[in-house]
Ligand binder design. Structure first.
Ligand code: FES
Length: 167
């Protein structure tokens, strides 16, 4: 079977996309009802869904590309853009807001020079906001990858990021 050639992005590389597609042909039969598991498989391996892979999945499943892209964009679990090494999530819920999460977010945006939903050019940080992280007693909350930082403040947040950037 023909495999498309992928440009290697410095942000991806958790797994080679061509190797991933080859593995998917073993794991999946290419049925239409496998679309979501296939998308989940790519998301898990690469951290996002590259456009070329979505086109290849459309070809494999014989589904219209619009259906594959529509599914990928409909579910919030899927990302169409690569993410940084560190995913920074600032809680924007009421408890965190009252305790200054808005200013923390402003500072982080200024420091990283990216808006929520975007990744820094060096591929190190992706900035996101969450509606409520569910740990309001520890407000304001900052989450970096899987690690939760409670009762944070502006200087703590910037120090963490600067440490991750290497000083
Ligand atoms: S409002 Fe931030 S954890 Fe609930």
């Amino acid at each position: 079977m023909h495999l498309v050639h992928f440009e290697q992005s410095p942000l991806q590389g958790r797994l080679d996309p061509e190797a991933l597609l080859a593995e998917m042909q073993v794991r999946f039969e290419g049925r239409a009802d496998e679309l979501i598991p296939m998308l989940q498989c790519v998301q898990k391996a690469l951290g996002f869904l590259p456009e070329q892979i979505l086109l290849e999945i459309a070809r494999l499943t014989r589904l219209p590309a619009a259906r594959v892209f529509g599914t990928a964009t409909f579910y919030s679990q899927f990302r169409l853009q690569p993410v940084g090494k560190y995913i920074i999530r600032v809680c924007r819920g009421t408890a965190c807001h009252v305790k200054g999460s808005g200013r923390i977010l402003d500072d982080i945006q200024g420091y990283l020079q990216v808006a929520p939903g975007r990744t820094t050019q060096d591929g190190l940080f992706t900035l996101e906001t969450v509606a409520c992280f569910g740990s309001c007693a520890l407000a304001p909350i900052l989450v970096i990858n899987e690690r939760v930082y409670g009762s944070t403040n502006r200087s703590k947040a910037l120090r963490l990021l600067s440490d991750m950037r290497g000083g």
